[in-house]
Design a binder for this molecule. Structure first.
Ligand SMILES: Cc1ncc(COP(=O)(O)O)c(C=O)c1O
Length: 404
């Protein structure tokens, strides 16, 4: 009955297929799951946070239990700018949001008219793909190579879309430890990409929940930093940083930096949707930074995760047949696996469940109609080391038995 009342947009809106898939694996005894995108609860800084939450409510409750400002807590913003070393940016260049999900939604809402094109890596983060879709965007995926988004493929795509009269608004990219592929964009590619986007008038939404989770190798500058510091371009890149994988996704703290006019429009959307972020949590995050806890905490997360990544990469090397390939990230929380062309990971998902191991089929991370089926995503931050070893043995055994 209620269906008759739903708006057209709601009627055609896609749900998170991943949540539905993961739900089918709940309550299966002995199942090892590499499916979710959850950080390990062992990395949550519970002791410091419980102290800070207590102090903030006791000492600043009159202020932080009140409605706050839609642009976010100024104290948190100034701590973030100090932490990131952007002395020349100010509060107007930043909005605090309820998770990166909100920032992605606001920026898309501010920029996209029905039918406008958003380019993205293919595969990409499903949460963003469904938001873009719900807001009427025409989402076009571009393949990646070992250095990240394939710029030649992007150039071809842009030319073809423009020949068809399409309006391209922005590129959505996750340059560091990409979700789902685990790929990081090389430094050279970052420069080439930004020069091209600037020349072609294509804005960039840089989604960055993982760059601080680097376990080895050289830290690369973000697209935002390159555009801002080297290219002196203040509007090209908007960077969205989430603390979900650093402090805990339940806190829902994220922020976006960018052009003051665009940020202001995002604030207008936040005002309508949320009024303001959670003021208590904003102040706790500010004190976490001001107290100097952030960098040592991030180092402790990296030290914690490093052996899990090593265990999964090692188990893959030992067990997988030569026709299976995978990415070898040096951080983040995901590994991407390529199966032979004629294998279908959507089918493998159901067979794997019978063998008590699960993952997310790769097809779920592509824009609609652009799917690839011979790939899958593995998460290594939620299982024990023993589970990683056993789970990969099970998966490899199954693949070998099917492809024998
Ligand atoms: C690339 C990417 N963007 C955004 C998000 C959502 O982040 P948040 O929890 O801050 O909404 C995630 C979460 O997994 C992600 O992987």
């Amino acid at each position: 009955m209620i269906n008759n009342y739903l708006s057209q947009t709601t009627k055609v809106m896609k749900s998170s297929l991943i949540r539905e898939l993961v739900a089918t694996t709940k309550n299966v005894p002995g199942l090892i799951s590499f499916a979710g995108g959850f950080p390990s609860p062992a990395t949550f800084p519970k002791d410091i946070l419980s102290k800070l939450y207590g102090e903030v409510v006791a000492e600043e409750g009159r202020d932080v239990l009140q409605y706050g400002s839609s642009e976010g807590d100024n104290f948190l913003k100034s701590e973030l700018l100090k932490w990131e070393g952007y002395g020349d940016l100010n509060q107007d260049n930043m909005i605090i949001t309820v998770g990166a999900t909100n920032a992605i939604y606001y920026m898309t809402r501010a920029l996209i008219d029905e039918g406008d094109v958003i380019l993205c890596e293919a595969p990409s983060f499903l949460g963003s793909l469904v938001a873009f879709d719900a807001l009427g965007a025409d989402v076009q995926g571009i393949p990646m190579d070992a250095e990240g988004l394939d710029l030649h493929k992007m150039m071809e795509k842009v030319k073809q879309l423009r020949e068809n009269g399409k309006k391209i608004k922005f590129l959505y990219t996750i340059p560091d430890f990409q979700n789902p592929a685990g790929v990081s964009m090389s430094l050279a590619r970052r420069h080439e990409l930004l020069n091209y986007c600037e020349a072609e008038g294509i804005l960039v939404m840089e989604d960055n929940p993982y760059s601080r989770l680097r376990f080895s190798g050289e830290v690369l500058p973000t697209l935002f930093r390159i555009a801002h510091e080297e290219m002196k371009n203040s509007y090209l890149v908007t960077e969205i940083i989430s603390f979900s994988k650093i402090l805990g996704p339940g806190m829902r703290v994220a922020y976006a930096k960018g052009d003051a006019t665009l940020i202001n429009k995002m604030v207008s959307w936040q005002q309508k949707v949320n009024v303001c972020p959670d003021c208590v949590t904003e102040r706790v995050a500010a004190k976490f930074l001001a107290g100097g806890y952030m960098n040592p905490h991030i180092q402790s997360i990296c030290d914690f995760y490093k052996p899990y990544l090593a265990k999964m990469l090692d188990s893959l090397s030992v067990n997988m047949p030569p026709y299976v390939q995978w990415t070898t990230p040096s951080g983040g929380i995901f590994i991407w696996l390529w199966l032979p062309e004629d294998m279908n990971a959507d089918k493998l998902f159901f067979q794997a469940k019978e063998h008590l191991v699960t993952f997310i089929p790769g097809s779920k991370f592509y824009p609609e109609g652009q799917e690839k089926f011979n790939c899958l995503r593995l998460n290594y931050t939620y299982s024990s080391l023993e589970q990683i070893e056993t789970g990969i043995e099970r998966l490899a055994g199954l693949i070998k038995s099917i492809y024998a």
